[in-house]
Design a protein around this ligand. Sequence first.
Ligand code: LIP
Length: 269
Amino acid sequence: MTDQETIRRLDAAEALLDRAEALALSYFRNLDTLTVEWKTSPQDTVSRADREVEELLRDGLGAAFPGDGFLGEELGLSAGDGDWLWVIDPIDGTANFLHGLSEWCISVGLMHRGRVVAGLIAIPCRSERFRADPGQGATLNGQPIRVSGETLQTGITGLGANLDVAPEILGGLVTRLLGEKGMFQRSGSAAVAMAHVACGRLVAYHEYVVRLWDTCAGIALIEAAGGRVHSVHPAADPAMPGPLTAAAPGAAEALIRLAGAGRDAPAPT
Ligand code: LIP
């Protein structure tokens, strides 16, 4: 794999993102035209906006790179015939999107032979485009970004929350974090939160049960911006959910310790 092959793919994805953002925003500004569909619960929703954005990205990238594989939240896995895998969340923060809240994004990650190598996150309501190229660091609207120099005690930690996790697990982490004089926020989009970590707005992010399409691009961004990622997504089955901790160096060990203390508790039935 050459960096040029990765950058050529990222450039193509970046051009498609302009169209994908316009499509998503057209629905976001006309939410009454969408039918909200439940997945596992009323807190886990989707609409045709998610599917159409993913179709646009997959069709464009598939035409440009015919052998590449895809793993997308709405259209699933197509393995492709080579080493490249696009990992796409067409609208991350769908519940926010459907409630008219601005914390949502389009997340496009790229893996090569099972390793995260690059990523793009677009946050349309903030006119922000994050990009991580191999060996070239991470940028926000073309400007270099770095993770925070803060600690859990001086920064804000993002926590992912969903009904896949027993309430007492997340509640225990909140209790431990506050007990160590930290503070948290829940954005509803792992990818948006991870973009905030990559540019230093959040000091760290943890979620107990999250999918690779939520995190792939964010992993590339945070690692390229000098952060640390502790994620157990099995490369053998990238669609399997798992825990993720991503942080600035000054917060990583402390958050892994606090989160790990509750990780063995039973998940909800
Ligand atoms: C969301 C994630 C979030 C998680 C939500 C949901 P979606 O992704 O970004 O971190 O807590 O349950 O999975 O479904 O909006 O693409």
